[in-house]
Design a protein around this ligand. Structure first.
Ligand code: SAM
Length: 234
């Protein structure tokens, strides 16, 4: 009886050992990541074809030292964010550092008051204008401003989207401008921060409250963390 129990215990230990070995192997060779990347690439190509735009590619230089060069996120992730926001007809969606306008094109497919892009790089501005003028299924007006985000007037916006466009120094100035805009124009505003590298600034702001936070990898297509913020009327 004792021998039988010992051999059963031995077999269970062997099984556990092989399972943990498998887990270690999976960590060392994450087979799902290349597959995920491939699926997202294919999905992005389908979206670009469907919308009739070209927002692919990356930049490797920036206009200012605190700026982050152009890159974008998968359509799947953008659409998840936009649906989560449940945009209303009165909303004005502002992409601060809009690049080639991928997010603007997606937001313009919702029926809202206006979609606004701010971009410091002239060539990216031209690409964003080209894309937003021809995007299929546009339901809302789009305007694009070639300017430095820290010098813009934010009074019209209700939802501000930031995919890590710059570092903490510029973000600080932009947040101050958004806050200032509430004094002249009291309203409910929301901020979406993708890849929130300078998140402590928002946490310590004293006027913004985090409403939600998504961790990368928790949903298919989520390649960065995202935090959602809200400010009450001034
Ligand atoms: C990471 S990309 C995000 C692009 C776009 N929002 C998207 O998600 O597809 C950051 C963009 O911010 C722009 N940018 C950087 N600093 C800026 C500034 N001070 N004012 C306006 N745009 C800026 C860059 O040129 C770049 O296009």
């Amino acid at each position: 009886m004792g021998d039988e129990r010992k051999s059963l215990q031995g077999a269970q230990e062997k099984k556990q050992l092989s399972l943990s070995q498998l887990q270690r192997l999976r960590k060392a060779f994450p087979l799902d990541r290349p597959l995920t990347r491939l699926l997202l690439k294919f999905d992005n190509m389908l979206w670009e074809y469907r919308l009739g735009i070209n927002s692919r590619g990356e930049s490797f230089s920036t206009a200012e030292s605190d700026s982050i060069p152009y890159s974008t996120i998968p359509y799947r992730m953008i659409m998840k964010i936009l649906r989560h926001l449940a945009l209303e007809p009165s909303d004005v969606f502002v992409d601060i550092g809009c690049g080639k306008g991928r997010v603007l094109c997606c937001a313009s497919r919702f029926r809202i008051r206006q979609v606004v892009g701010v971009e410091i790089d002239q060539d990216l501005c031209t690409a964003a204008r080209h894309n937003t003028e021809r995007v299929r299924g546009r339901q809302s007006p789009v305007s694009i401003t070639h300017a430095a985000a820290q010098e813009c007037d934010y009074r019209a916006g209700t939802v501000y989207y930031l995919f890590c466009p710059f570092g903490a120094a510029t973000l600080n100035q932009v947040l101050a401008r958004i806050r200032q805009s509430l004094q002249g124009e009291p309203r409910r505003i929301r901020i979406v921060y993708v890849n929130p590298m300078a998140e402590p600034l928002l946490e310590r702001s004293g006027w913004l409250q985090m409403k939600d936070r998504w961790q990368m990898g928790n949903k298919f297509g989520l390649i960065h963390d995202v935090s959602f913020w809200q400010a009450a009327r001034a």
